[in-house]
Every structure is written in structure tokens, then in C-alpha cells.
Design a protein around this ligand. Structure first.
Ligand SMILES: Nc1ncnc2c1ncn2[C@@H]1O[C@H](COP(=O)(O)OP(=O)(O)OP(=O)(O)O)[C@@H](O)[C@H]1O
Ligand SMILES: [Mg+2]
Length: 582
């Protein structure tokens, strides 16, 4: 991963987020300025107020108030100044609450927007992009990483607003008592700086490990759940738990370290603060008379209030800094991915789509293909498939049958050569229209957790479903009787991922789905291998009775399945040859 600066990463991040958020950020900055100014005013007003309460003839000298308001006696002055002082504080508290609200809102909304954008870009990206990626990293992105980025955004906003408010408070405190404030500020700043320097390396190392283990945790979860049947059978639970345990503990250990680094300086600093304050009191009580002491009492009050505001803020600054540093890797990783996806999608938008007509022939011309530019799966294949024909594809396992179908569907691009439909080449421009003509019944059919109806009319709005067509498709797939016999008929739930159904039932639903789509070409990738001979024969008979214009491409291991095909293609050693059915 390339190392970007935080500002570059943030700039890139915001290019993937709606501009409304940027406007909200500007509003937030205004709010910060308001809060900072209120902070200045409220602390500055302590001095005259306290002085007024402790002294008698002060009011004439109070440039702060007497300039604006005409005050008759001390009593009135105390009331007026007291009210101003306390309402400034109240107002400031309200602004601060509002600031918290806005910060939380912006960062959470950004989080949601980011995870939606990642999901969107994944679903829209190309198939070849997908098979190169591991899904656990994507799941980590959407489930955890974006939330960490959200937390980081909160921290960045907090960091910025606290810095601003902090500077305001310091400025006013310094103007009240330059010497004491400068010394104490220097002291505390150096202390924090020391802590930051000492912990910097540890933070960055720990966060890198947390980011790594995050992926490993999702990976072992996926592995464990995916293989649950075998795990129970082979009693390999302990092995899977150990792998998970290792990552979990490692991640938690590092998180604990970070939490300690993040939270402990606060107590040290607060202790130091009190210590410093008492030292100051001792010094003053030794060097000043009680009259003089009364004189500096207002300053002391201002310092105390200032410290009460500054110390927690200093700690917030520090812990926000840690969070920013901690999630820096996560931010970079997500931004890199979003950039890549958006480039891909931009490229896609720039394509002017063309329609492609399919009336006669699909032609493969000198097509070669390799997944990794090293091992060739196909080498110079030439073949023609007529419209309306039924083509069987055979070949040993791993020879490339599914790959051939992916090429035909335009999911994979030939490394060399062309695929021509009638007389138009299959290109990025014509791809969408070509894919719209095809239905694919895969080896593993995905059923959503919905009704039979939803699963047959897959991806379409159930409200616009044509019941007659659904039933007809189900009948041709030999699944109608089964569905009809279920408690709620077509509205019965299929169970999560079809766990309540047998392999053959799932395949027949997949078939019904493809038939309902009424595509011009239907591709079966071993889609009938879970059916018994009798049912398969019935299904194949139905397929043969379908529209004569329909092109069927069937991959099957049982040669019997293919006996009615017009053409049998055999994949053998990177070539495709026409074969006779024996
Ligand atoms: N994403 C991928 N990256 C690299 N190699 C791959 C990928 N997918 C498949 N292959 C390789 O390509 C070859 C052909 O795979 P394919 O899935 O097309 O075989 P198949 O004939 O459909 O096998 P089966 O009958 O078992 O379904 C195999 O050797 C496989 O290892
Ligand atoms: Mg296959």
C-alpha cells in the first residue's frame, strides 16, 4: 500500500462522498468558531465578575462592562455581570452539545455512505475483478473498516474543533496572566509531546497488526462456517477455534495496548495539574500579603476555570490523535479500493453502448485465454454455434468448461482472438446488450431468503410478476408440484440459502428462474447433475420442447443428458473439438 499523507487520503475520501457533507463540514467549522469565541468571552468575564464580588470600587475601572452598560451600584453590577457570566456559560454548553450532535451526525452518515458506496462499487465491478479478490477483505471493509473510518472522522473533527477552542482559551488565559500561563502551558505541552513521541511507534505498529488480524478473523469465520458439516463430522472444531483464537487474541492485545496508551496520560496530567496549582498557591502565599492575595484571587479563579476546561481537552486532543493514527491504515486501504472502483466505473460510463443482434451465429475466432497470463486454459479455439441449436459441452473436470461459458457470456475477456455475434464483435460496447440475452443456470444456485415466487422471479419486483409465466416455468422445471404442495404454495419461504431444500430442488428452482427470464440463450453449467435420471429426462424433454429459436448450451457429465443435442463440443488440452456422442 502506498503511503499517502492524511490530507491526501481525506481529500480522496471526500471525493467519494456526496457534496452535502462538505457543506455540513463548513457549517461545523462556523460552529467551532462560535464555540471558541464563547469560550473566550466566558473565561474573560470571570475576572471582572470575581473582582467585583471581592472588591468595592472596581466597577469604574471595568472597561469590559461599564463601557456598554450604565451601572448604578455594586449590587446591580453583581447581578448584571453574574447573569452575563452564567448565561455565556450556558450558551457555550448548548453550542458544545450541538457541536457534538453535528460531529456525530456527519461522521455516522459518512460511514453509511461509504459502506453503501463500497458495496455498490463491488456489485458493479467486472467479473474478472471479482475472481481476483478475496471476499473476507471486502466483508471487513463493509462491516468494520468503514466504522473505524467513521470514528476517525469524528476524531479529526474533534481534533480540529478542540484545537481551535483550545487556542482561544490559552490566548485569553495568557492575556490574563502571561507569566504563569506560559510556564504552565510549556510544562504540559512538553509532557504530552514526550508521551506522543514515546508511544508513536507502538501505536503505528499495533494498528497495522489490528488491520491485518481483522481480515484473518473474517477469513477464519468464513472458513469455519463454510465447512461446518465436515467440521462436525471430522471433529476438527479445535483446529478452527485455534486459528480464530490466535487472531482474536492478537487483535485484542493490540487494542488493549492502544486503549492504555490512549487513556492513561489523562490521569497523569490531571494529577500533575493539581500539583502545579498547589505549587503556585504555595509560592503566592509565601511571597504575597493577604491584601495582594485578594487582588490575584480573580486571576486564580480564571486559571482554575481555564484548567478545568483545558485539561480534559488536552486529553481529548491526545486520544483523538491516537485514533487518527490508529485508523490511518484502514482509511488508506478503503480509499485505495474506492479509487480503483471509481476508475473502473468511470471507464464504464464513458462507453457508448451498442445493441447487438443475434440472428445466426456465435463465432469464436482464434480465442486464447489465461487467468494469470501464465497457464493457458484455451489456445486458438475456433468454433461456430448456430442460433436455435442445442450444444452439449463435455470435458474432464478442470479442463475449462465453466471458463468457456464465462467467455461466451462476456464475463471474461479473451486474452487473444475475438468472439463474434453474427458479424459484430463482442466488445465493451456490445457487452451489456449481449448479456441481457443470456440466462445462466450455474453449478451452485444461490437462493435468497424469500419465497419460491421471489426466487423464481429473482431480482425483479414481486408486484410486477406474471403468475402464469412463473407457474409455466416451474412446471417445465418439474418443480411446480413440489411448490404447490408446500404450506403457502408459491409464497412459502425457501429457507436461508435453501437449507430446507434438496440439491435437486434447488437446481430446478434455478432452472425455473432461467426459463422465466425468457432469454434467447440459456446456459446450463451442470445444472441437472443433482437430479435423478427420471427427473432429468423429464426436464430435458421439456427443454427440447421449448421455443425452437432458443439456443441451449449444456455442460453435463452424464452423456445421456446430451443425447438430443445438435452439436457436442469436447474440451481437451486447451482445444475444443467437435465430438460424436457414442
Ligand atoms: N479464478 C481463477 N483463477 C485462476 N485459475 C482458475 C480460476 N478459475 C478456474 N481456474 C482454473 O482454470 C481451469 C478451468 O477451470 P473451470 O472451472 O473452467 O473447469 P471446469 O471444466 O468447469 O471444471 P469442473 O468440471 O470441475 O466444473 C482449472 O484448471 C482451474 O484451476
Ligand atoms: Mg465447472
Amino acid at each position: 500500500m502506498n503511503q499517502k499523507t492524511l490530507t491526501t487520503s481525506l481529500k480522496e475520501l471526500f471525493s467519494h462522498i456526496r457534496s452535502r457533507r462538505k457543506i455540513q463540514l463548513i457549517f461545523l467549522s462556523l460552529l467551532m468558531i462560535a464555540s471558541g469565541s464563547l469560550e473566550i468571552l466566558s473565561i474573560a468575564s470571570i475576572v471582572p465578575f470575581v473582582r467585583l464580588v471581592t472588591e468595592l470600587n472596581f466597577i469604574k475601572e471595568t472597561y469590559f462592562v461599564s463601557r456598554f452598560i450604565e451601572i448604578k451600584d455594586k449590587q446591580e453590577a453583581v447581578i448584571i455581570l453574574g447573569l452575563i457570566f452564567s448565561s455565556l456559560y450556558l450558551l457555550n454548553s448548548l453550542v458544545r452539545v450541538f457541536l457534538i450532535y453535528c460531529t456525530a451526525w456527519i461522521s455516522k452518515m459518512t460511514t453509511a455512505e461509504l459502506s453503501i458506496n463500497i458495496y455498490k462499487s463491488i456489485l458493479y465491478s467486472s467479473y474478472s475483478n471479482h475472481i481476483l479478490k478475496n471476499s473476507n477483505s471486502i466483508i471487513s471493509d463493509i462491516t468494520t473498516r468503514v466504522y473505524q473510518i467513521g470514528a476517525m472522522l469524528s476524531s479529526i473533527i474533534n481534533f480540529a474543533s478542540f484545537t481551535f477552542i483550545f487556542i482561544c482559551i490559552i490566548a485569553v488565559l495568557i492575556s490574563i496572566d502571561p507569566k504563569v500561563m506560559t510556564i504552565s502551558m510549556l510544562f504540559f505541552s512538553l509532557l504530552y509531546l514526550l508521551i506522543v513521541l514515546l508511544s508513536k511507534k507502538k501505536i503505528s505498529l499495533s494498528s497495522r497488526i489490528i488491520n491485518q488480524e481483522q481480515n484473518n478473523i473474517v477469513k477464519s469465520l468464513q472458513n469455519g462456517l463454510g465447512a461446518i458439516r465436515d467440521i462436525i463430522l471430522d471433529k476438527t472444531q479445535e483446529y478452527y477455534i485455534r486459528v480464530f483464537e490466535k487472531s482474536s487474541f492478537q487483535k485484542s492485545r493490540k487494542e488493549a495496548i492502544l486503549e492504555v496508551i490512549q487513556n492513561s496520560p489523562r490521569y497523569i496530567l490531571e494529577g500533575m495539574g493539581i500539583f502545579f496549582f498547589v505549587l503556585l498557591l504555595i509560592y503566592w502565599s509565601q511571597t504575597k500579603t493577604s491584601d495582594q492575595f485578594l487582588l490575584i484571587f480573580p486571576t486564580l479563579a480564571a486559571l482554575a476555570v481555564g484548567a478545568q476546561r483545558i485539561l480534559p481537552m488536552m486529553n481529548s486532543l491526545y486520544s483523538n490523535f491516537i485514533i487518527i493514527k490508529q485508523y490511518y491504515y484502514q482509511l488508506n486501504e478503503v480509499v485505495d479500493k474506492l479509487n480503483k472502483y471509481s476508475e473502473f466505473i468511470k471507464e464504464k460510463y464513458n462507453i457508448t453502448e451498442k445493441n447487438i443482434s443475434f440472428k445466426n451465429l456465435i463465432t469464436f475466432k482464434d480465442v486464447s485465454f489465461s487467468y494469470d497470463n501464465k497457464v493457458k486454459i484455451f489456445e486458438n479455439i475456433n468454433l461456430k454455434i448456430k442460433k436455435g441449436s442445442k450444444v452439449g459441452i463435455i470435458g474432464k473436470t478442470g479442463e475449462g468448461k465453466s471458463t468457456f461459458l464465462d467467455l461466451l457470456m462476456g464475463l471474461l475477456e479473451p486474452s487473444d482472438g475475438k468472439i463474434i455475434i453474427d458479424d459484430m464483435e463482442l466488445t465493451k460496447e456490445t457487452l451489456n446488450d449481449w448479456q441481457a440475452k443470456i440466462s445462466h443456470v450455474p453449478q451452485n444456485i444461490f437462493l435468497s431468503d424469500g419465497s419460491f415466487l421471489e426466487n423464481i422471479a429473482f431480482g425483479k419486483d414481486v408486484k410486477n410478476v406474471d403468475y402464469k409465466e412463473i407457474i409455466s416455468a416451474a412446471k417445465k422445471s418439474q418443480i411446480h408440484d413440489f411448490i404447490d404442495g408446500s404450506t403457502d404454495g408459491y409464497n412459502s419461504n425457501v429457507g436461508e440459502r435453501g437449507t430446507k431444500l434438496s440439491g435437486g430442488q434447488i437446481q430446478r428452482i434455478g432452472l425455473a428462474r432461467a426459463l422465466y427470464k425468457k432469454s434467447k440463450i440459456i446456459i446450463f453449467d451442470e445444472a441437472t447433475n443433482s437430479l435423478d435420471n427420471e427427473t432429468e429426462k423429464l426436464v430435458m424433454n421439456e427443454l427440447n420442447n421449448l421455443d425452437k429459436e432458443l439456443t441451449l448450451i449444456i455442460v453435463a457429465h452424464r452423456l445421456n443428458t446430451l443425447k438430443d443435442c445438435d452439436l457436442i463440443l469436447k474440451i481437451d488440452d486447451k482445444k475444443i473439438v467437435q465430438s460424436e456422442i457414442i
